[in-house]
Write a protein that binds this ligand. Structure first.
Ligand code: ADP
Ligand code: MG
Length: 245
């Protein structure tokens, strides 16, 4: 397990929170690795802990225990400032609810992470990537003037402008109709392939999950590998067997 091949390494990661009823363990010890360039889907019921795990992996939240290494860097021992720097450097994040800045135009939303990271020509970069997601004609529009699908394309452009090594997406198509969902999925996988980004997404959609190279299922804070294709072929085998009998 070397830094060069593993983009994400987690070892016995747990998350506990304190509530009015006492301590609540949201995630049981979770250990898994993701290779550079791999696409991974995290599936599972609502409330099982998927968003909590994604937030920890992306450095948006702090682990209670355990280790997370992103591209070899020990996220679990960083303070908020160091995590912010690592996020700006290596991580892109897409949310179900888009999370665009309402007072900024599409172009300005996309420019923002490039400005914060101090990259040259943020405007030129943003124009180019808006073109890539098919929204150059919407550059001056504000989020409330855009459809859900368009807002998510802006959010994807914003996530990709810094060329992140890892992209996290939490139910990226959860608020979209099926036509827009397909467009967003195609865009995510195209960008993932073109820029060799490691992609970790959370979804309820088995079809979207099956487009990823790997599937992990979260059940009440426990994460395990799942093979959707194996499940598929088991179902087919059973159907064929019952047709023959
Ligand atoms: N800060 C918190 N305080 C208390 N409970 C929380 C907190 N964050 C998440 N939870 C609980 O942890 C569980 C997992 O939440 P979440 O990760 O959002 O699940 P999922 O994304 O799979 O729907 C839920 O029961 C949720 O209510
Ligand atoms: Mg969630």
């Amino acid at each position: 397990m070397t830094k060069s091949s593993m983009m994400i390494q987690t070892k016995s990661v747990t998350k506990k929170v304190t509530t009015s009823e006492g301590e609540l363990q949201i995630l049981n010890p979770i250990s898994f690795d993701v290779e550079a360039g791999q696409s991974v889907a995290i599936i599972g019921a609502s409330g099982s802990g998927k968003s909590t795990l994604l937030g920890l992996l992306a450095g948006l939240d702090e682990v209670s225990d355990g280790e997370i290494l992103l591209d070899g860097e020990a996220l679990h021992s960083m303070d908020e400032e160091q995590r912010a720097r690592l996020r700006g450097d290596k991580v892109g994040f897409i949310f179900q609810s888009f999370m665009l800045v309402q007072s900024l135009s599409a172009l300005e939303n996309v420019m923002l992470p490039a400005e914060i990271a101090g990259l040259d020509n943020p405007k030129k970069r943003a124009q180019k990537i808006l073109e890539q997601v098919g929204l150059e004609h919407r550059a001056t529009h504000f989020p409330n003037q855009l459809s859900g699908g368009e807002q998510q394309r802006v959010a994807i452009a914003r996530a990709f402008i810094t060329n992140p090594k890892i992209l996290f997406a939490d139910e990226p198509t959860g608020n979209l109709d099926s036509k827009n969902s397909t467009k967003i999925e195609d865009l995510l996988f195209d960008l993932n392939r073109e820029s060799n980004t490691t992609l970790v997404l959370v979804t309820h959609d088995d079809e979207l999950a099956s487009r990823c190279q790997r599937q992990l299922r979260m059940t009440a804070g426990e994460l395990r590998e799942e093979n959707l294709r194996a499940v598929d072929s088991a179902i087919h085998a059973k159907m064929n067997a019952s047709e023959e009998s």
